[in-house]
Design a binder for this molecule. Structure first.
Ligand SMILES: [Zn+2]
Length: 266
């Protein structure tokens, strides 16, 4: 069994070995979109990919890292230059087809690692299609939901709700740690000016009761929602380490999961 963990670097006999070893396939999915004046367009690809890579690297022979999906659904960001928007139906089919191919080759566990809030409904549907239409099972996790609650409340300085939403304290901290060279921190600006009500708000740490996404430019002047001025490289390191550790545990649990037989009750 090879120590290589990047799917695209394997040969076909090595893929056959990886299937025999019950490797979990990890597919990072991001998006290419504006992240305020201080973060690069690639932010959501970079975070999902790098956290997945760090986890998979720690478990050779147990998991494989697939090439990332860069483009996805984000048309609500199109008022800002740079955003590349793909229709929701397209992203669902595209990810489903990747999963179908993996299942066709014999892989039975596929984990989608999400880096972009608005991917959630589409990746949820894609994962269900893969699970329903193939022999494999497919699940999805957004990296920020793997941050332990205690760590989040210990490190968080920005207000709730709003401080951690987009190009925020959380994403900027993680980028400062992973690719500080791409962060223009002097341009980071607090922007929490949306209509904050009981049922409508934005924050990555806890969703508002109502699911709603309107044009980003209606509630953000800078392209940021959150307080990136509270970000630091040190926080980023702790977030990334904690997420990586939990992702390793999650992947092991998923790999060990029994796929129970279906029962046709007709
Ligand atoms: Zn983002």
């Amino acid at each position: 069994m090879t120590n290589k963990y990047r799917y695209e670097e394997l040969t076909w006999p090595e893929v056959r070995e990886a299937v025999a070893a019950d490797c979990v396939c990890v597919l990072p999915v991001g998006t290419v979109e504006q992240h305020g004046p201080h973060l690069p367009l690639v932010t959501d690809v970079l975070t999902a990919t790098e956290m997945s890579r760090r986890a998979v690297e720690r478990m050779p022979g147990e998991a494989l890292l697939l090439p990332s999906v860069y483009y996805s659904f984000n048309e609500h960001h199109l008022d800002f230059p740079g955003t590349i928007a793909v229709e929701g139906e397209t992203i669902v089919r595209y990810v489903r087809d990747i999963g179908r191919s993996l299942a066709h080759h014999g892989f039975r566990k596929i984990l989608l690692v999400n880096g972009h809030g608005s991917n959630v409904p589409f990746l949820d549907v894609a994962a269900r299609y893969i699970t329903n239409q193939t022999e494999a099972i497919c699940a999805m996790v957004s990296w920020w939901s793997l941050i332990p609650r205690e760590l989040l409340s210990k490190l968080r300085e920005s207000e709730f709700p709003g401080g951690m939403a987009h190009g925020c304290e959380l994403e900027t901290s993680v980028l400062l740690y992973l690719r500080g060279d791409l962060v223009q921190f002097e341009k980071a600006e607090k922007d929490i000016n949306f209509q904050k009500t009981e049922y409508f708000y934005w924050d990555l740490s806890a969703p508002s009761p109502v699911v709603f996404q309107e044009w980003f430019s209606r509630y953000s002047r800078t392209g940021t929602v959150g307080d990136p001025t509270k970000a630091s490289r040190e926080k980023g390191e702790q977030f990334v380490e904690a997420v990586t550790e939990r992702m390793v545990n999650l992947l092991r649990e998923f790999r060990d999961r029994t796929i129970e037989p279906r029962v046709d009750h007709h």
